[in-house]
Write a protein that binds this ligand. Structure first.
Ligand code: NAD
Length: 367
């Protein structure tokens, strides 16, 4: 128990909820990191953790990440996340309905969504027990595929980085390599092609590569060529940890702007390595926040045009973050954390002001 408090205090979490329902086999942990900006929103990851300690560590790390992501995206949301300790084949309606009841018991302090190994069907079961869930089927009021919105945010962030690093606003002839042309990568290719960029694509799925080559005159590149290509921008849209001590020294790109999560193998070491090489790295959780912006809009009454327009604002946020990094001589990853913390602090101060107004003295003065 003291161990949990130590973890929680170190990372600054507000609340950790252990959920246990032996009948359905549900064992889950909900992590609420920070609700200064709004209710804590974050997906539910289902994973066969080798220990409870691993599950706790993951939920603490992921929920904290959501606080920063929502703060940078300018949303009225805090950070939260949930993990269910199970194998995918153990999933059942009862398990997700039991989970939905726990989520409901928090009365909106935590709002859930899909994540690794959970999908729309699972969220539809959660929805039977609570309204505090997003990413449900469009028929139940869901917002549908977030990928075009995510890709537009990545595109806007990429353009901002091009403006700062290369001093140009257009993308004509800009050489961009996209790793992973799945849901996000394929839309990113479309946006880039429409503005005249020259595309290089890599994917383990040959059909997807072929589609990009025929639709957007992209050039297919092998795994061994990818990291050392003579390009302006590298857009990782497949895997995490691909920016590491092996790949960074080979990179010729001056900008990294892609949708994949957790691109830096080690945030400190590899963020610094990129800074030293004068490569502008657009922090992944800032640039890929379009998906979160999309589900936020689902909560407040969905309008795709509004979600797309808010995703475009990621460009302005990236400009500000790059400015902070340059001004303070820090990595872009550190700059995005500073940007998020400043916003949370400003709103926290505002809350203190409200508290004074509703204090006993305040009430005596304004009966
Ligand atoms: P996806 O599964 O649709 O696409 C991923 C693509 O990467 C697939 O085409 C896959 O074949 C390819 N791929 C897998 N391993 C590869 C490898 N070793 N080399 C090259 N290609 C490989 O997923 P997605 O929804 O497009 O998401 C892509 C990334 O963006 C993920 O990291 C995801 O977490 C992140 N992300 C997605 C969204 C969203 O809205 N979909 C939002 C935020 C972040």
């Amino acid at each position: 128990m003291s161990n949990v408090f130590t973890h929680v205090e170190t990372l600054g979490h507000e609340q950790i909820v252990y959920c246990n329902d032996p009948q359905s086999g549900l064992r889950a942990i909900i992590g609420i990191h920070d609700t200064n900006l709004g209710p804590a929103l974050g997906g539910t990851r289902l994973w066969h953790y080798s220990s409870e300690e691993d599950a706790l560590r993951d939920v603490l790390r992921l929920s904290r990440g959501m606080t920063y992501k929502a703060a940078c995206a300018g949303l009225a949301l805090g950070g939260g996340k949930a993990v269910i300790i199970a194998r995918p084949e153990q999933k059942s309606e009862a398990m997700f309905r039991a989970f939905g009841r726990f989520v409901n018991s928090l009365q909106g302090r935590y709002i859930t969504a899909e994540d690794v190994n959970t999908n729309v069907t699972d969220m539809n079961f959660v929805r039977l027990e609570t309204k505090f869930v997003t990413g449900v089927a469009p028929a139940l009021g869901g917002s549908g595929d977030p990928s075009p919105v995510t890709a537009l945010g990545v595109f806007a962030g990429l353009k901002a980085a091009v403006e700062v690093r290369l001093g140009r606003k257009d993308l004509k002839g800009l050489r961009v390599a996209v790793q992973g042309v799945g849901n996000v990568g394929k839309y990113l290719c479309q946006y880039l092609h429409e503005e005249g960029a020259k595309l290089f694509v890599n994917d383990i799925n040959a059909d997807r590569v072929q589609e990009m080559c025929s639709k957007y005159q992209a050039t297919a590149v092998s795994d061994s060529e990818l990291y050392s290509l003579d390009i302006d921008v590298f857009a990782p849209c497949a895997l995490g940890a691909i920016l590491n001590s092996k790949t960074i020294p080979a990179l010729k790109a001056q900008i990294i702007a892609g949708g994949a999560n957790n691109q830096l193998e080690d945030e400190k070491v590899h963020g610094k390595m990129l800074q030293d090489r004068k490569v502008v790295y657009c922090p992944d959780y800032v640039i890929n926040a379009g998906g979160l912006i999309n589900v936020y809009n689902e909560l407040i009454g969905y309008n795709r045009e509004k979600a797309l327009s808010e995703a475009r604002n990621i460009g302005a946020t990236v400009l500000q973050i790059l400015k902070i990094a340059d001004r303070d001589g820090i990595t872009t990853h550190e700059a995005s954390q500073r940007y998020a913390e400043n916003r949370i602090q400003a709103v926290r101060n505002l809350k203190a002001m409200h508290n004074v107004a509703s204090s006993a003295v305040g009430r005596m003065m304004h009966p």
